[in-house]
Design a protein around this ligand. Structure first.
Ligand SMILES: [Mg+2]
Length: 364
């Protein structure tokens, strides 16, 4: 088998309504960069990555088209480790993270999809999974919502089948966060998992103060309390605060995850397959977590992550993310009794409706 072509497109996807968090403020669109890896006349693998707003999307597009596509042309797309090593080395000097990691992620995902399709296996089974069912949670990008709005939306999501929830924190005053978390805990009762996400808002001291104040509402984890590169700070919040720390959506290399996990800086590693280096890198992070006795969870891209969590023994919850592609994928993920089920079709199972996406394409 040889790779004939990588086709890249870029899209600006409007959100159904604006959302907000403590880092990005109000978010109205996200960028989607897609890769189609073609081998022969009938086999095509799909990969994709995304960014907030328009940020870096054209750079990621160019990196794939100008650097990665010529590098991999004519190679066997099933040799994913070799392809990954070539992409990593080719982008090394200006890469090791940033847009290069997003570009490698999209291409690597497309190669794995192609390989699984060539073998006629669903990705989760090819990777060694035992069951396609994965516990999931409803994730809110909701820092602007009032306690009443949060309570109403949580009730609606419970009615839709969710049994675990995450909300944003990081308002200007800690008392507002306490009031908002209290409102959601009140609705879901004492035993339903509730996670909170600060999107890097705080200093270590502020994070510890918040961790202690919110512990009364028993959050399963406190996500991204501080800047992602401050490993010592994460270790302090883990050791001195009562709430376990989650982080990973802003770690874009395996070595960053190694430092976090081996340093005891994180209780719930959250690699995102669309920015940590693709499926090849995501699996290494998941296994690294397992070797340290930790679960692995995910960030964003739930349509693909469901297949990865279904493949590993240390899976924690799948995030059902606000940047959903439900309107653009055939067979969107459904939730029943708190769980999602990975596709039984060959490959990762995600298939875009290209006609619908074309209206939002920005690289024509
Ligand atoms: Mg987050």
């Amino acid at each position: 088998m040889q790779l004939d072509r990588l086709r890249v497109t870029r899209h600006s996807i409007p959100l159904p309504s604006p959302v907000s968090d403590s880092t990005h403020g109000t978010i109205r669109t996200f960028s989607l960069v897609t890769v189609r890896a073609e081998a022969g006349s009938s086999l095509e693998g799909l990969g994709y990555t995304y960014t907030v707003g328009e940020s870096a999307a054209s750079s990621i597009h160019s990196l794939i088209e100008d650097d990665l596509a010529p590098l991999l042309a004519g190679r066997d797309p099933r040799c994913t480790e070799e392809a990954w090593r070539l992409m990593w080395r080719a982008t090394h000097y200006a890469g090791r993270g940033g847009p290069a990691s997003f570009a490698i992620s999209a291409v690597d995902m497309a190669l794995w999809d192609l390989k699984a399709k060539a073998l006629g296996e669903p990705l989760w089974r090819l990777l060694g999974g035992n069951s396609p069912r994965v516990e999931a949670y409803a994730s809110g990008i909701d820092l602007d919502q009032t306690p009443q709005e949060l309570a109403d939306r949580t009730r609606a999501r419970m009615a839709a089948g969710f049994r675990a929830f995450k909300m944003k924190i990081g308002r200007d005053r800690l008392s507002e966060d306490v009031e908002r978390v209290s409102a959601v805990r009140e609705v879901i009762g004492p035993d339903v998992p509730l996670m909170v996400d600060a999107n890097m808002k705080w200093t270590v001291a502020e994070a510890l103060r918040a961790s202690r104040a919110l512990a009364a509402f028993d959050p399963l984890w406190l996500e991204e309390p501080i800047e992602p590169g401050d490993i010592e700070g994460h270790i302090r919040i883990q050791r001195e605060g009562p709430v376990p720390v989650a982080a990973g959506e802003n770690l874009h290399t395996i070595s960053e995850f190694t430092a976090m996990i081996s340093g005891g800086a994180v209780a719930y590693p959250q690699p995102d397959v669309t920015n940590c280096g693709g499926i090849t890198a995501w699996l290494k992070v998941a296994h690294l977590a397992e070797a340290h006795g930790l679960p692995v969870t995910t960030h964003g891209a739930h349509d693909v992550h469901v297949a990865l969590l279904a493949a590993v023994p240390n899976a924690s919850f799948l995030e059902i993310h606000g940047f959903g592609l439900d309107d653009f994928v055939r067979r969107p993920l459904s939730i029943s009794d708190g769980a999602a089920t990975a596709s039984d079709r060959p490959g990762h199972g995600v298939e875009f409706d290209w006609e619908l996406l074309r209206a939002y394409q920005v690289d024509r």
